[in-house]
Design a protein around this ligand. Structure first.
Ligand code: CMP
Length: 148
């Protein structure tokens, strides 16, 4: 049974063509199907709306500035257990932890700092649906599921 997740390649990675290409290859090598993909640039308000749950955290301002600092790539990915499989492939949020505990993950390989950590992925089926409609408002998860 296929599940959908929302993945982002963040601005630091999109800025480096070789890293963007490596991440793209990782997506495909790990048997994710790219259902939709788009490049976009967030205004500060988009960044604040998407990360509202982190408002007030010490890293919030830095996160908001960073996520609206340049182009990023958003994907709807499909796979069996897409949500947990994508999170496993990304590795832990904190780059030092990723490098230490799971050296083959995307954040361990390409992450720069805890903020500029290369990728994002939905943390549950429910947030996947919310985040998919945030980035791809015209996309219907229900219709897609019915067709496969
Ligand atoms: P993401 O998975 O997109 O969700 C929240 C983001 O906040 C996270 O990735 C990081 O980019 C950023 N962030 C920066 N510092 C921290 C931190 N100490 N803990 C969690 N998230 C952080």
């Amino acid at each position: 049974l296929l599940q959908l997740t929302l993945a982002i390649i963040k601005p630091d990675a999109v800025a480096h063509p070789l890293i963007l290409e490596a991440l793209h290859d990782k997506i495909l090598e790990n048997n994710f199907i790219i259902v939709r993909s788009k490049e976009l640039i967030w205004r500060k308000q988009d960044s604040e709306r998407f990360y509202a749950e982190h408002a007030g955290r010490f890293f919030y301002q830095r996160l908001i500035e960073y996520m609206s600092s340049g182009p990023m790539q958003a994907y709807i990915l499909a796979r069996e257990n897409a949500v947990s499989q994508w999170r496993e492939l990304m590795g832990p949020t904190k780059v030092f932890r990723a490098r230490y505990m799971s050296p083959n993950t995307l954040r361990a390989l390409y992450g720069l700092t805890d903020t500029r950590n290369t990728t994002h992925g939905s943390d549950s089926d429910e947030s996947a649906r919310r985040e998919i409609s945030f980035f791809f408002p015209e996309f219907s998860v229900k219709e897609w599921m019915e067709q496969c």
